[in-house]
Ligand binder design. Sequence first.
Ligand code: CS2
Length: 494
Amino acid sequence: MENLKLNTKNLSAIGERIAIPKYSRSDIKTGIVHVGIGGFHRAHEAFYTDQLLQDESVKDWGICGVALLDFDTKIYNTLKEQDGLYTLIVKELDGTHTKRVIGAITEYLFAPENPTKVIEKMASPEVKIITLTITEGGYNYNEATKTFDFTNPLIIHDLEHPNAPKTIFGYLTQALKLRQERGLKGITIQSCDNIQGNGYMTQNMLLSYVSKAEPALVDWINENVSFPNAMVDRITPVTAAEDITHLKETSGIDDAWPVVCEPFKQWVIEDDFIAGRPAWENVGAQFVEDVVPYEKMKLSLLNAGHSVLGILGALMGYNTIDEAVNNPNIRAFLKHYMDEEVTPTLGDLEGVDLEAYKQSLLERFGNINIKDQIDRICSETSAKYPIFILPTIQSQLENKGDIGLAAFVTAAWAIYSLGTNENGDALIIKDALKQELGEKAKEAKHNPIAFLELGSVFGTLKQNPVFTKAFVNAYEDITNKNIEDNLKSINSTY
Ligand code: CS2
């Protein structure tokens, strides 16, 4: 089989091998600007939108993908080379791969190269929605002060150079200002990040920035921009070199950056789109009045579950999430954490079978074909912990519920931050606070609660005697015996 490079020219030939878009991509207008064209966006929103575009009457919802950071050069160049096309490889539970070429990203821009072009695109009349996957840390929220972080050097830069911004806040402010000046009404800004109340967070952080950068724009935003909350879900590991080779060997497709993901997908969205929206419900998204309870369930069970498996698994020397969850002691620990510490915080979830949901998570985590990297899960834990784990602890403390298992994971993270696993191998720590975490982790060897001094991660947790006691005990237990033996003793108490 001849290898075909993925691009528009070869598309119909590729269509004889795997599924390709049925619609004519050149007829699709851009209705959405999406910032952050990483794997998750390409496995999720772009996938849903591609499915919708298969309906020939839908022509207004093409996506313009924006690469915001210098770091994104590679994905931008790849999409440019491949005319925005990429292969989505769904790794099914039975080990087979379902492959399809996704065509929904019809335009792509590289912000560092041409900021004005990005601002103009966001301000163009045909664009009705700006969607974001800018990661948990991208919202510039500080847990310690509970406010927008104006000390961030990039924010200081944007305030000084409004026409050549570097952050999402600088871009959105300029674009919205142009829309106001041009008399263009409503636009929706929709977060697709894993944050409780991600719409509220986007709105609050943007308004904080705008109040300083363009105070006169605040009222216009309040009247003309909507910020729906949404829960997003699809496990999307980092594409491995073998994925690229395998696609070439099995289908003869030369794709420099395919995306791999699990079969499961979910998108629950509040129906608050001031300028209209795609009928994503026709392709499986759910529109609801209030998404907050669903988000909370997902963040505190799935995402926190990932962090639990990642931190404990990394210390025990595992590389992937399935290896960790398929260790019976870790699995039982995670199950107890979900049942005893998270479930009591979730309140009433109408129409959700929580037991079935938790069971399905264990199965998804255990999918041996996905090979989701523990390094990916543990990256940026300092931004994830305050969203995934801290709210559960706070809620349990308020209601005098158990926090012992969360304290154990937190203590394990302190040990992890020393940079070596139990076998003496170096851990690759990718975290914006890597240095601070490392310093606190060293102090913690003599005084464990020093680790909790990182206010932007732990808020006021250090002042809570119930938590600190459990944390110090757990820290000592981990210093005295290995993780697995600790898990065995903990599990035996349930
Ligand atoms: C993961 C998420 O980043 C993480 O730690 O928990 O990327 C997770 O895989 C997705 O949110 C699944 O929807």
